[in-house]
Design a protein around this ligand. Structure first.
Ligand code: SF4
Length: 505
């Protein structure tokens, strides 16, 4: 190994280049040989610090990044392994992380992951036992354990961030989630794909204002018409290509050679700008045939050098009606103040107020009646009568109100009293995944993302300061199908970690 990604990225004097490789659904063959070839050429070229390898992208089966990565790693180039929460539960994930550590591959990009795609016989079961924040926390815990048992190096874990969001609720949720990931142990971040320099600037400014210490890399994607179309039509979660850019790319590729030249030029200009505005590196994607394309992008970036401001205009168009954190004019004039109608109040805000009231009355361990509830819960348990409470009271209230799934480890109070088990297909307990689009869920676009709903509820109730404030542990599956009310009062659920969980104000 001649270069170590973590060392290069942590040196503020470096501008780091990585390439994303996307394995296919084959163990041997042309696609796999091409990826190995790109990695070998990148190693010989000497400007690339690491390759990152995707983990069943789009949720569809592909060659494991662990095995492909190991082959590249043994050749001498450092590897970042994408690690999603979609296909394994926490037991499998920990085992996989240990395996990677044993193989020496410690750079892990912790991601929630796209929703499940199609494999043998149809759509696979989505697991999502942990979310990306919890995975990051698990990896940090593992690092500590590994080092006490003699492993000299911890994991170097990174996270994703999606600045290309249009609603205020989505933008703020993404940034708050980034904070949570850093707090959980992320050592670097990589952005999703987009071409709006205002959004890149916004992220860097937010990050600097927070005095966040971790380096942020930006994704730069070589746009083909096929990729541009997929991103424009929202088929790549979290990525964004505007209508105008999609149109332009389609025109450019009418003559394929010219299309490629234009794509290389665009990538190089964007890369040079991102370097100029303060990103610590770029992550180049969309290169599937040969390293020559990457080399051409890097050569051109070197030529552009300090002239990057000359190309800013090309990427500075703002999305109409999109929210920009630091753009008060757009916020004040273009976006109407949030005034829910009667239907919205009946569906969203009144249930919130009612549940908030009930929660503070019955599920506040410091309240005067708490010892009474505890004794009642203990009595029911000791007489094997928990089912009476669950079937006669808890289920009849929670099923119609929340589509409760009886997880027994209720987390509704962290999501403004919406159920993350029934309301979010990825069961996220610590903020949204990166896939929402204009407030709609990545998986079910006809539904609003549960975190957008939570944001609106809290905003309306004047409690926005509590949005994404809790660090919620993973659901305890031992409690599945038991009474969450009894579990709460007998200190069996995740809220026994009292220091981590705040009461609703
Ligand atoms: S509800 Fe939100 S967080 Fe959950 S999968 Fe849909 S977009 Fe992602």
């Amino acid at each position: 190994m001649l270069r170590i990604f973590s060392e290069e990225l942590m040196n503020p004097d470096n501008f780091v280049i990585t390439i994303e490789l996307v394995p296919g659904r084959e163990s041997f063959g042309r696609n796999t040989d091409t990826l190995i070839g790109i990695a070998k050429d990148a190693f010989s070229d000497g400007r690339v610090s690491a390759v990152s390898i995707t983990d069943n992208p789009g949720g569809n089966p592909s060659l494991s990044p662990d095995v492909l990565g190991y082959e590249i790693f043994r050749h001498g180039l450092d590897v970042i392994v994408h690690f999603t929460c979609r296909d394994m539960n926490r037991v499998g994930m920990e085992s996989r992380a240990l395996q990677l550590a044993r193989m020496g591959m410690k750079n892990i990009l912790c991601l929630t992951g796209d929703y499940s795609g199609k494999g043998f016989g149809g759509r696979g079961a989505p697991v999502f036992d942990l979310d990306s924040v919890l995975l990051t926390r698990m990896v940090k815990g593992l690092s500590n354990r590994m080092m006490t048992s003699g492993d000299p190096d911890p994991f170097f874990s990174g996270c994703g961030v999606s600045p290309f969001k249009t609603l205020k609720s989505e933008c703020l949720a993404q940034y708050k989630k980034l904070d949570m990931k850093i707090d959980a142990g992320a050592s670097f971040a990589i952005t999703q794909l987009g071409y709006d320099i205002n959004k890149f600037n916004e992220l860097i400014r937010y990050h600097n204002e927070k005095n966040a210490h971790i380096p942020v890399m930006a994704s730069v994607f070589l746009l083909s018409p096929k990729a541009a179309r997929a991103m424009n039509k929202h088929r790549v979660p979290g990525a964004h290509v505007s209508d105008a850019l999609y149109e332009k790319v389609t025109q450019e590729w009418k003559i394929p050679k010219e299309g490629l030249n234009a794509a290389i030029e665009r990538s190089a200009r964007l890369g040079a700008i991102l370097k100029g505005i303060g990103f610590r590196g770029i992550h180049i994607g969309g290169v599937h045939r040969s390293f020559t394309t990457v080399a051409r992008i890097l050569d051109r970036m070197e030529k552009i050098g300090d002239d990057w401001p000359a190309h800013m205009n090309e990427f500075s168009g703002k999305e109409k009606n999109a929210y920009y954190v630091y753009d008060k004019i757009v916020e004040d004039k273009n976006i109407p103040a949030f005034k829910p109608g009667l239907k919205e109040r009946v569906i969203n805000h009144w249930p919130y107020g009612m549940l908030c009231f009930a929660h503070n009355l019955f599920f506040n361990k410091t309240a005067g009646l708490a010892p009474v509830y505890r004794k009642l819960a203990a009595f029911l348990e000791s007489h094997d009568k928990e089912w009476v409470l669950k079937h006669c009271l808890e289920d009849p209230i929670k099923i119609p109100l929340l589509s409760c799934q009886s997880c027994g480890d209720c987390g509704i109070q962290h999501t403004a009293f919406l159920c993350p088990e029934s309301g979010c297909p990825k069961h996220t307990r610590n903020g949204p995944c990166g896939g929402s689009r204009n407030g709609a869920c990545e998986v079910y676009p006809d539904k609003e993302c549960i975190w957008v709903r939570a944001y609106k509820r809290l905003d309306y109730a004047g409690k926005l300061s509590t949005f994404l404030e809790d660090k919620v542990p993973p659901r305890n599956w031992e409690l599945n199908k038991t009474s969450s009310w009894i579990n709460f009062h007998l200190n069996r659920d995740h809220q026994k970690e009292k220091k981590q969980i705040k009461q609703q104000p």
